[in-house]
Design a binder for this molecule. Structure first.
Ligand SMILES: Cc1ncc(COP(=O)(O)O)c(C=O)c1O
Length: 436
């Protein structure tokens, strides 16, 4: 098995295979009979063994990407830490990989805390975010011995004043006033953001923390948004946060964008780190601790979603309908995210059609890809949607009674189940009070 296109081997005609490799997981290949394989396992085998819809993650590529962040930042700014923004893939199997590779972890709620603890993540490596933390969640975090809490507002300080019984490291989220060039719902650093405090109010909150005997104020945090492709915006955010004052720690958030489509260009991890560290050298105190929180850029490319084709209909448009949709890939409807797909069991056949790849949920907005190129699809074919590793499982839901897909990790020709498929029994369990 190998990639069907390298400079030595031209792409089969009428396919886009040459461009596929940059949106599919790093460890992707095609078998001699034209089947896409991830991590050395043909998609046809994975579909037969685990069923579809199925999330498949290339564990080798995932771990490699994590190392790019950790090693890349450590080389450029030794007093640093990379936090995995776990909202991008909040599954026990991923928390474990993150911990094994030496990432710290950003959690944003009691549920993510439970998943991280279940994976065996050292609580001291957890950073607790969120603009509306409850007493119960803060108590859980404090009892677990969490590393740091990123305080969002003064009401949270009131809660902490009541709840703290021993010293606790705290950061404060500030609004940097940077309007990220991304979808509006993914921009979080503009002046009207619901996250954090503007600079003047931040200074008051910092004084409060400094005056409290159990609050160990360490520094400031910001996060300007997600799927950001212009690295200058990260540098701008670093410059802005430096105006809050001199502190021991600066957490400059996540947000690096990834390449989703054939035409899109995304910065390499190294370019992103260069931009942040250059700004840190210019604006932050020498020797300060520098934290970053990538999520999407760690997991997006490593993951794909496998679907079965259930229907092919020609009604003016050609509709290829699969056994999933906005219940497992909400990003299209939520943020207009554009994806690419491939007919995984017939990759090398000529891609002669441009189709509407649609899901099965009851909305016209449940359009997975507007204009997907592929061979003429047939019922029973397998569609792989690329670059679905980030925020897909996170945003999955039970629309139309859909069941959450299973998740497998593949590596060196082996697969392992890390989350089982939801069942009708799971679905009914919540409704026991009304049944019978
Ligand atoms: C506080 C915080 N940090 C990090 C992230 C991760 O962002 P991304 O997945 O775009 O890297 C998010 C996501 O929105 C966030 O809210």
């Amino acid at each position: 098995m190998e990639k069907v296109t390298t400079s030595a081997q031209p792409a089969p005609e009428n396919t886009r295979i040459g461009e596929l490799w940059d949106v599919l997981p790093e460890e992707s290949s095609v078998t001699d009979d034209g089947v896409l394989a991830i991590g050395g396992v043909p998609i046809t085998e994975l579909a037969a063994q685990y069923g579809t819809p199925l999330h498949v993650f290339d564990e080798t590529g995932l771990r490699r990407q994590i190392r790019r962040f950790i090693d890349g930042l450590a080389e450029r700014w030794p007093n640093s830490e990379v936090l995995f923004a776990s909202k991008s893939l909040p599954i026990v199997g991923m928390y474990r990989v993150a911990a094994e590779e030496g990432l710290s972890v950003d959690i944003a709620g009691g549920g993510e805390l439970q998943l991280a603890l279940a994976a065996g993540v050292d609580p001291a490596k957890l950073h607790f975010h969120g603009n509306a933390k409850s007493d119960a969640e803060l108590e859980l975090a404090l009892t677990a011995g969490i590393g740091a809490i990123i305080v969002d507002n003064e009401d949270e300080l009131d809660r902490l004043e009541r709840l703290l019984t021993r010293p606790q490291a705290l950061l404060l989220r500030v609004i940097p006033g940077v309007d990220a060039e991304t979808h509006a719902s993914q921009a979080t650093g503009g002046d009207r953001s619901k996250f954090g405090l503007p600079m003047d109010q931040a200074l008051r909150a910092i004084e409060r923390m400094r005056a409290h005997p159990l609050m160990e104020f360490e520094g400031v945090h910001l996060h300007i948004g997600s799927q950001i492709l212009n690295t200058r915006q990260f540098a701008e955010a670093v410059a802005k946060i430096s105006t809050a004052g001199d502190f021991a720690t600066y957490d400059v958030g996540g947000g690096l964008g990834v390449k989703y489509t054939y035409d899109e260009q995304a910065p390499e991890v190294g370019e992103y780190l260069d931009a942040i560290v250059a700004a840190a050298r210019e604006h932050l105190p020498e020797g300060a601790r520098l934290l970053i929180e990538p999520g999407r850029s760690i997991v997006a490319r490593a993951g794909v979603t496998v679907y079965d084709v259930l229907s092919v209909k020609h009604t003016g448009d050609t509709f290829v309908a699969v056994n999933g949709g906005m219940a497992d890939t909400l990003d299209v409807a939520l943020t207009d995210q554009r994806f690419e797909a491939v007919l995984a069991n017939r990759v090398t056949e000529p891609w002669t059609e441009t189709v509407q790849l649609v899901g099965r949920q009851c909305e016209s907005g449940d359009l997975l890809i507007d204009g997907a190129e592929m061979p003429a699809a047939r019922v029973g074919d397998l569609v792989v949607m690329a670059t679905t590793g980030a925020y897909s499982y996170t945003l999955s839901n039970n629309y139309n009674g859909a069941l959450r897909p299973a998740i497998v990790f593949v590596k060196d020709g082996e697969s392992r189940l890390v989350a089982r498929r939801e069942t009708y029994e799971d679905l009914l369990r919540l409704h026991e009070p009304a049944i019978g």
